[in-house]
Design a protein around this ligand. Structure first.
Ligand code: G3P
Ligand code: CA
Length: 230
């Protein structure tokens, strides 16, 4: 399925410009818009459940306080992540996205790698998921356990990206958009990697990235990016 998409419009944390980030509501909005892919962030609860939340603590995005890794799923379930939405589990998001879009599962902590992989494999969605991470360690755990998993390396510094991704067996690199120069994109393509920069909310910048050869763009406003698919 990943191979079939020519240019990826990726809804970053769901359609997070319009709905609370990383919630079922923001994912549903992204699907309504028709995004090719939805990106979400995954951590582990204290009782080992892959849950969808960006930060190390719940403080910024919910009405609670505390570290995600020290809270059980029950604790996390009690919180409001915006407009009455709860913190979803990865399983709930997989269920929502299945057959409708690709899911970019960002592994925010290395410990989330194998539990997330197992879940994706158990529900038969390996071909609908791209595991992404800043952590090469997280991605190599996925790769070591499952050759069939699709993986992509996210990077923020020029030195981190393309060669490391190739060594890991990635199919994708996800550079901070300012690092996605024509030269970097061409180099990644020569290495057989597709390039999806993040996070861009204005169409002109995204158009320029596409002109340079980018294979997609992650945006909080996926609706704005839809013309790029044509
Ligand atoms: O897709 C990559 C991007 O999501 C990484 O940044 O901080 O929004 O998770 P962040
Ligand atoms: Ca992310």
């Amino acid at each position: 399925m990943l191979e079939e998409v020519r240019f990826f419009v990726v809804a970053h944390r769901g359609a997070s410009a319009y709905e609370p980030e990383n919630t079922l509501r923001s994912v549903r909005r992204a699907l309504e818009i028709g995004a090719d892919a939805v990106e979400i962030d995954v951590r582990l609860s204290a009782d080992g459940v892959p849950v969808v939340i960006h930060d190390e603590t719940v403080d910024r995005t919910t009405d609670g306080t505390g570290r995600v890794a020290e809270m059980t799923l029950d604790d996390l379930r009690r919180l409001d992540a915006g407009q009455g939405e709860g913190i979803p589990t990865l399983e709930e998001i997989l269920d929502e996205v299945r057959g409708r879009a690709i899911l970019f599962v960002e592994l925010k902590v290395d410990e989330a790698a194998l539990p997330s992989l197992r879940l994706v494999r158990d529900v038969g969605m390996l071909d609908e998921v791209l595991f992404i991470s800043f952590s090469q360690n997280a991605l190599s755990r996925v790769r070591a356990d499952e050759e069939g998993a699709h993986i992509g390396l996210i990077y923020f510094k020029p030195s981190d990206g393309i060669v490391g991704a190739k060594k890991l067996g990635c199919e994708f690199v996800l550079p901070y958009y300012r690092l996605a120069t024509g030269k970097a994109i061409a180099f990644a393509h020569r290495m057989g990697l597709r390039v999806v920069p993040w996070t861009v909310d204005d169409l002109e910048t995204a158009r320029e990235l596409k002109r340079r050869g980018a294979d997609g763009v992650a945006s909080n406003r996926p609706d704005v990016m839809m013309p790029l698919r044509e």
